[in-house]
Design a protein around this ligand. Structure first.
Ligand code: PGA
Length: 242
């Protein structure tokens, strides 16, 4: 199974989301491919409705660990479930960087989502500084350890490896860097009895997606900028290599 997952971040109004999803119902989705869109909370309900009857799956961009409570600005797994959302991103680097998300809170969010049968795309990745200091593996290990401890036996998790320095910068990791890092993540997971698919994210475009998605242990992409237009999303689906 391969994945084309769009992360819309804090973009689009309801009418823009509906316009995209109306076009998306006509998408040609290759065999053994899942097409996922993660819109803002205000767009979730209309996105679930507009994508009904199509193969597009709607994910949230985040999910709290409690079902309800005094957590201003958060959204609970119960609330997501009620909307008909299929899953959620957890631990995106923008959450870690700007909103104080830690490895511990990411694992709690992930476990709560799974308890409610929401699928999770769990994001990991190193900063430029960490890569330059040759700490990539150490950082990824620390981001994965708590998750493995809690959920190694869960067969449904999806990992997204997104080097922070490649997100929204136009700087895609090289094919060699992606090959090497995905191989390392794959073997680290295997050593811990997990065999989760690993997506790559960070300045993925239709023009580089083919060569990245054909690499061993790359199960597709988590894509920001290039997922915003329906035409570009279809091109990503077309350029995916199985
Ligand atoms: P980008 O974002 O494709 O715009 O670099 C990827 C992401 O943040 O998931």
């Amino acid at each position: 199974m391969k994945f084309v997952a769009g992360n819309w971040k804090m973009q689009k109004t309801r009418s823009e989301a509906k316009e995209f999803l109306n076009k998306a119902t006509q998408f040609h989705i290759p065999n053994k491919t899942r097409a996922i869109i993660a819109p803002s909370p205000t767009l979730l309900e209309c996105s679930v409705e507009s994508s009904r009857g199509s193969a597009i799956e709607i994910f949230s961009q985040n999910c709290h660990w409690e079902d309800s409570g005094a957590f201003t600005g958060e959204i609970s797994p119960l609330q997501l479930k009620e909307l008909g959302v299929k899953g959620t991103l957890v631990g995106h680097s923008e959450r870690r960087q700007y909103f104080g998300e830690t490895n511990e809170t990411c694992v709690k969010r992930c476990a709560a989502a799974r308890k409610h049968q929401l699928e999770v795309i769990f994001c990991i990745g190193e900063t430029q500084q960490e890569r330059e200091a040759r700490k990539t593996e150490k950082v990824l290990e620390s981001q994965l350890t708590g998750l493995l401890k809690e959920l190694a036996s869960d067969p449904t998790l999806i990992i997204a490896y997104e080097p922070v320095w490649a997100i929204g910068t136009g700087l895609t990791a090289s094919v060699e860097q992606v090959r090497e890092t995905h191989a390392w993540i794959h073997s680290f997971l295997a050593k811990n009895n997990a065999a989760w698919p690993i997506l790559y994210g960070g300045s993925v475009k239709p023009s580089n997606f083919g060569s990245l998605s054909e690499l061993p242990h790359v199960a597709g992409g988590l894509i920001g900028g290039a997922s915003l237009e329906a035409e570009s999303f279809q091109e990503l689906l077309n350029s995916l290599t199985h």
